[in-house]
Design a protein around this ligand. Structure first.
Ligand code: HEC
Length: 131
């Protein structure tokens, strides 16, 4: 999955800069990471996927019955605010991407719609902006 994400972000960076392959920086973030923290918001193609606009509603309706503060029903941590959700963004994406019934698949009652999972993935790619 990480390779795919790096490729996706590489394509995104390539679009932002140029369509040529003349520089490694077109394909890989300069610091070698997948650039998840770049929530600069300066890209005109940024969509409106932010914690306040989209992510909070997803977590509120599907997760906080257990991941409340304090957590209930054996959930290991709370997911009630931006810092808790953004700090665990990759673990959450992993859990909601698992097949229904797989170990650690969230929510336990059944997989969310693919469009919801995609929205969460995109939020991470944008650098988990709060608003
Ligand atoms: C019915 C209660 C319940 C709901 C609803 C629920 N969880 Fe959980 N969650 C748990 C429990 C219990 C665990 C620990 C046991 C496990 O991992 O299965 C857990 C574990 C997790 C973990 C760690 C899993 C791992 O393997 O690393 C994540 C991440 C997580 N939940 C995210 C979420 C998200 C995001 C939602 C909403 C989309 C959600 N949970 C909804 C009860 C719940």
């Amino acid at each position: 999955m990480n390779k795919t994400k790096i490729l996706l972000i590489g394509c995104f960076l390539a679009l932002l800069t140029s369509c040529t392959y003349d520089s490694e920086n077109d394909l890989i973030a300069p610091d070698g990471t997948d650039n998840e923290d770049d929530g600069s918001g300066e890209d005109p193609t940024d969509s409106a996927i932010t914690y306040d606009d989209t992510i909070k509603a997803i977590v509120d309706s599907n997760c906080i019955s257990c991941h409340s503060s304090p957590p209930r029903n054996g959930a290991p941590f709370a997911l009630v605010n931006f810092s808790q959700v953004s700090a665990r963004a990759n673990g959450i994406l992993s859990a909601i991407s698992r097949q229904s019934g797989a170990a650690g698949a969230m929510p336990p009652a059944g997989r969310l719609p693919q469009s919801t999972i995609d929205a969460f993935d995109e939020w991470i790619e944008k650098g988990t902006p709060e608003n």
